[in-house]
Design a protein around this ligand. Structure first.
Ligand SMILES: [Zn+2]
Length: 325
């Protein structure tokens, strides 16, 4: 999304996405070549890093320069001003105010651009994070929580089952479901209308959601491995290897192909304790493992957006530092 002042077409080449940094300031129509002494601009319209040296409209010698501002004057004229001349001709305080006003607008434009880029990436992300993945995440979380609950409650002699413990780390929130929700919500934002503060909040949250989505996708992939029947049989091997009498887990497949988890209690090791019920205890359904095609294509588009924002911020910081010199 580019917002270039009308009549600037062709002037924009050093495109940082905001339309405020240009490389051909000379192509702007109606430039005033010479500004009378004592005239101070009302604002900076854009900044430029020109390909060729430009004559300054403010200093007596029209000093050629490559870096500067296109400024607007009270009477509506526009002119080029070399970046070294502002302090000398407008006074330090006025130059600082003009520059700070411009930087603020530039920052806001970058934020709007970043949020617009984020929004442009969202439909692709929502396509990748299919409802089937959300369902699997929900079912897988439910299944690992059930197994964890069963083992902690009934099989005190179990050590933690490694795969289950790992999958429950971090509180195991439904990250994909939450991410989808947030992505959909950001689509509703009018990036050109909301405040800078709100834009910053969106980008900050986007960074967090991006990280959560990555962890969430890893969770799905590990959960799919764990609930693969061949792999899950290793859980039973693990249980049998524990000392004392412990429960064993199994999966059974019905005619529809649906997998169900069972726990088979062993005899209680302490003879004075009554035997637990011998029959298998149905824990619950094992989630259907979805196709992973979408995930392979998941190249974190949000991460790219954030990188771009970080780059833009670095450029702005450099610009600011240079101006301070
Ligand atoms: Zn000058």
């Amino acid at each position: 999304m580019r917002h270039v002042r009308k009549g600037y077409a062709g002037a924009l080449r050093a495109d940082d996405g905001t339309g405020l940094v240009i490389s051909r300031p000379d192509l702007q129509p109606d430039l005033t070549p010479v500004v009378e002494r004592g005239v101070v601009p009302v604002s900076y319209l854009n900044s430029y890093v020109a390909d060729d040296e430009q004559p300054c409209a403010f200093c007596a010698k029209r000093t050629p320069h490559k870096r500067g501002y296109t400024v607007s004057l009270a009477d509506g004229r526009i002119a080029l001003c070399g970046h070294c001349c502002a302090d000398r001709f407008f006074g330090k305080e006025k130059a600082a105010a003009l520059s700070s006003d411009y930087l603020q607008r530039h920052r806001l434009a970058m934020l709007r651009q970043a949020v617009a880029n984020l929004q442009a990436a969202i439909p692709t992300l929502l396509d990748l994070l299919t409802p089937a993945l959300v369902q699997f995440e929900k079912a897988a979380l439910c299944a690992v929580k059930m197994i964890s609950h069963e083992t902690s409650r009934f099989s005190l002699r179990h050590r933690d089952i490694p795969g289950i413990t790992a999958l429950l780390s971090g509180g195991a929130p439904a990250r994909i479901a939450y991410g989808r929700e947030r992505l959909a919500a950001w689509m509703e934002i009018d990036a050109q209308a909301v405040t800078g503060k709100d834009l910053v909040a969106v980008m900050r949250e986007a960074a967090k959601v991006d990280a959560q989505l990555e962890i969430g996708l890893r969770f799905l992939s590990h959960a799919a491995n764990l609930f693969d029947p061949d792999n899950f049989s290793q859980v039973n091997v693990f249980c049998r290897c524990q000392s004392g009498a412990v429960d064993v887990f199994s999966m059974s497949r019905d005619l529809d192909g649906q997998l169900t988890l069972h726990r088979h209690p062993r005899r209680h090791p302490e003879p004075w304790m009554p035997d637990p019920k011998p029959e298998a205890h149905r824990i619950g359904l094992v989630p259907d493992i979805p196709e992973w095609l979408g995930l392979i294509a998941y190249s974190p588009a949000i991460a790219d957006e954030l990188q771009q924002l970080a780059d833009e911020r670095a450029i702005a910081r450099k610009e600011k530092a240079r101006r301070r010199k």
